[in-house]
Design a protein around this ligand. Structure first.
Ligand code: CIR
Length: 269
């Protein structure tokens, strides 16, 4: 999930699909990608959608030694121009970070960059931002020490952090929830207790989706009430449209096959 507010989504970093993508990790939604060509097609449509909605996109070259390298969201946490570089929760993904860190250091000159240190670990995919309120998933990828380091940064920035336990059949918090706007969270039935989100600020609410549309709960909210959604989740689509959102649909099947969702493929900065 983007860790920036909707109005801060001006620039995004993505990373090209490597030749080794069919070796990407897949344990949750996915049974493993089968077509690199289709993954590349989806990825280029993803970039096109962002660009046609006014986002300046930079594409980092892929890294064949890291089949999961397109999932850049996990590798850097950008909050109000500050960057926290987490220790990725899966050891095989730890070498993905250096080019991303270097790019952000050059692009966000003058801003503070903090590096997390093991045994703390965290995937950026465990963070969800609702306006100025943050949620973090405690998951197989994000531990208490990692959460403590994120909290220290958020304390300095004056933002509140709430912790949500992620069930063992889900990868990340953002695999099952997202904020299509700064006052709405999409969340599926049957994964997280709604109480875990606590009292939301005035005007904010949880929109509960059927359990079978869990994958569709990952969306990317953009300015002008637009939201990118995965193809094939009709309830998510109609509920968002009822609320006045303009939905932009993308076939995510080859990304889902590696447990990736819409938000995983970009870092807004
Ligand atoms: C992994 O297991 O790490 C990748 N195959 C999928 C990462 C998805 N990232 C995300 O939800 N932020």
């Amino acid at each position: 999930m983007a860790t920036v507010r909707i109005d801060q989504k001006r620039r995004a970093l993505v990373r090209a699909v490597p030749d080794t993508y069919t070796d990407a990790l897949s344990r949750y939604f996915g049974t493993g990608p089968t077509s690199i060509e289709n993954a590349r097609l989806t990825h280029s449509k993803y970039v096109e959608i962002l660009e046609s909605n006014g986002v300046e996109v930079t594409i980092l070259p892929s890294d064949n030694n890291h089949p999961d390298c397109i999932f850049v969201e996990d590798q850097a946490i950008v909050i109000d121009g500050h960057v926290l570089l987490p220790v990725a929760g899966h050891e095989s993904r730890r070498g993905e970070q250096p080019p991303i860190a270097e790019f952000l250091a050059n692009s966000l000159e003058g801003h503070q960059i903090y590096s997390m240190h093991s045994p703390a670990m965290m995937d950026g995919g465990d963070i969800l931002r609702l306006g100025d309120l943050f949620f973090v998933g405690r998951s197989t990828r994000t531990n208490d020490k990692g959460i403590q380091e994120l909290k220290e940064l958020l304390d300095r920035l004056g933002h509140e952090l709430r912790v949500i336990d992620i069930p063992s059949h889900a990868l990340h918090l953002t695999s099952i929830a997202s904020a299509p706007s700064d006052n709405l969270i999409l969340v599926p039935e049957g994964y997280i207790s709604l109480e875990a989100f606590g009292d939301l600020p005035n005007g904010c609410e949880l929109l509960v989706m059927p359990e079978k549309e869990v994958y569709g709960c990952n969306t990317i909210g953009l300015e002008n009430n637009k939201v990118i959604i995965a193809e094939g989740y009709p309830v998510v689509k109609s509920k968002l449209e009822e609320r006045g959102f303009e939905t932009i649909t993308l076939d995510m099947s080859e990304i889902r096959a590696a447990d990736g969702s819409l938000t995983c493929c970009s870092i807004f900065y």
